[in-house]
Write a protein that binds this ligand. Sequence first.
Ligand code: ZN
Length: 108
Amino acid sequence: MSQNNEDLEEKKLLGSGGYAFAKLTENEEIKANLGVPHLFLANVGRLAEDRFLRYYCNKCGKEHDGCPLLVYEVPNEEVAENVILVEKGEYKCRNCNNTIAQYRKFSQ
Ligand SMILES: [Zn+2]
């Protein structure tokens, strides 16, 4: 799938331990929006490092350039009938290891 024709827009994505500024496609923006005026990093899930511009860590109390550290695993584990936990990940501050946001991706 080519994204060449899509406009990337800089957006603020909220997390539990801070927030990040990243460039999103329109589809990603729709995915991150739960009908409230904020976008959540947890709903975007895994995003390429080069999409991030900077992030803010609540624990450091300041912004850092670049992307937070992403740690993820792909458990493919059945957590309920016909529901598979496909991927779970965590964005962490590169400076202090504080969790910026977590996400879970389920089949269905
Ligand atoms: Zn930090």
